[in-house]
Write a protein that binds this ligand. Structure first.
Ligand SMILES: Cc1cc2nc3c(=O)[nH]c(=O)nc-3n(C[C@H](O)[C@H](O)[C@H](O)COP(=O)(O)OP(=O)(O)OC[C@H]3O[C@@H](n4cnc5c(N)ncnc54)[C@H](O)[C@@H]3O)c2cc1C
Length: 406
């Protein structure tokens, strides 16, 4: 039987962006790493796959993972007003199958041992101070340090750091529809009327990922699903009407009312949770001990306003690896708080206001109206999308640019 009682320095459960990147960094530093993931080959993690230009600048090798560069985003307000944002620096949209296998291959090349196994971890360490993980097939592996990179429903994180409540979670669901002419399909983000959250259309190489992300505690599937179908049908109809592009080419558009039916015949549904921690949870929840750590979604590291988690998955992996290689696993706690903790906490505090009301209407309506008229506000919005504008100094930047647009 493979791996029985084999001992490693670090056991990493989950080979998403967080687990694979941590494994790569540790293996490059000479650490004996085992990386486990039970996801069947070809089954993609539910995700929009959007990676900001901030992330692409931090890790330029990501450009090799075969994403689709996005240079323009259309943003639509709850009232239906739109603004087109030309991005100075493109972001990329990936198929998660391609992205995850690229990252996993890098880990393997760096020397990490990768096991295609779903595993469960021991509740505590054994007498000689090792953690153990076990597969359903009865194999087991041991290691001095246990890392949970097993995503938003992490069983290990629940045990080591405590459960998360519904108010610490977002839900995202959507459909993948086929696309023939990838280069003509626009990227759209539309804020939802009456809900905290947004719908998106993210074209990839051979399909479009449509989805909605919103708070789990206010989730009403039927109403939101209807809203998403209206958004999808509107997306294809509008492109057909204005003649600027034809992303519906793969789907015949003959006959009013038939489009939704045809889309339904080819659409593949997906759904999953994204962490969106409340500010108090950020304060109270730990992501590291002396010999364990939580990375990415397992730690709750996603932006509570946008649901963006890939950047934080990668950055947390990097910070953990640095702490481990410096001989102090626990210092990872200090490092993530100093690096992006303040930013995520601020996003969490802003969430209510961002999706709330401002001057008698939804804030997102006001923001898009202002952006249409004001180049300074448009620029700030553009930088928010690319990840170059943070939340901590957002108000100051908006005030400065409102007075001095360029
Ligand atoms: C619908 C949706 C859309 C999103 N869109 C975006 C977006 O556009 N941009 C963005 O930045 N973020 C987006 N996110 C968030 C993003 O997907 C996550 O933040 C990111 O994937 C976190 O990476 P991770 O490595 O921490 O976890 P994951 O990517 O979830 O990886 C965890 C891995 O652990 C494995 N695993 C779980 N349990 C076990 C086990 N017991 N044994 C072995 N393996 C296990 C899983 O198979 C999985 O491969 C979206 C999320 C959703 C749900």
């Amino acid at each position: 039987m493979e791996g029985v009682n084999e001992t490693f320095d670090v056991l990493i459960v989950g080979a998403g962006p967080a687990g694979s990147f941590a494994a790569e960094r540790l293996a490059r530093g000479g650490v004996r790493v085992a990386l486990f993931d039970g996801r069947p080959a070809g089954e993609a993690k539910a995700c929009g796959g959007g990676v900001t230009s901030k992330a692409l600048k931090s890790w330029p090798f990501l450009l090799e993972a075969g994403g689709r560069a996005v240079t323009e985003v259309e943003m639509v307000s709850p009232a239906g007003e739109g603004v087109r944002l030309k991005l100075a620096e493109p972001f990329a949209i990936y198929s998660r199958c391609a992205f995850d296998s690229y990252m996993r291959a890098r880990a393997e090349r760096a020397g990490a041992r990768v096991f295609d196994r779903r595993v469960s971890a021991s509740e505590k360490k054994d007498v000689d101070g090792s953690w153990a993980v076990r597969s359903r097939e009865g194999e087991s592996w041991r290691g001095r340090v246990l890392v949970a990179a097993d995503g938003a429903n992490s069983a290990i994180a629940k045990r080591l750091a405590g459960p998360l409540s519904n108010s610490d979670m977002e839900v995202a669901f959507g459909y993948r529809t086929p696309l023939n002419e990838a280069d003509e399909a626009p990227t759209v983000i539309a804020f939802l009327p009456g809900w905290a959250g947004y719908a998106w259309a993210f074209p990839r190489l051979d399909h479009i990922s449509f989805g909605i992300a919103t708070a789990q505690d206010a989730f009403e599937h039927k109403a939101l699903d209807r809203m998403l179908w209206d958004f999808m049908v509107g997306y294809f109809r509008e492109r057909e009407r204005d003649g600027t592009s034809s992303p519906g080419k793969g789907i015949p558009l003959d006959g009013e009312g038939e489009l939704e039916e045809r889309l339904r015949a080819s659409a593949q549904r997906y759904a999953a949770r994204i962490p969106g921690l409340a500010p108090e949870t950020f304060d109270a929840r730990r992501a590291a001990g002396d010999d364990w750590a939580l990375l990415g979604d397992a730690a709750g590291f996603a932006d509570p306003v946008t649901g963006e988690g890939i950047y934080y998955a990668l950055r947390s992996a990097e910070l953990f690896a640095e702490a481990y290689l410096a001989g102090d696993v626990k210092a990872y706690e200090r490092r993530w708080r100093a690096d992006f903790g303040r930013e995520l906490r601020r996003a969490s505090k802003m969430r209510r206001r961002f999706y709330g009301r401002f001057w008698g209407g939804p804030f997102t309506d006001r923001m898009i109206k202002l952006a249409r008229a004001h180049p300074g506000i448009r620029r700030t919005l553009r930088e928010l999308v690319t990840g170059d504008q943070g939340y901590v100094d957002l108000k100051r930047t908006l005030a400065r640019r409102a007075l001095n647009p360029f």
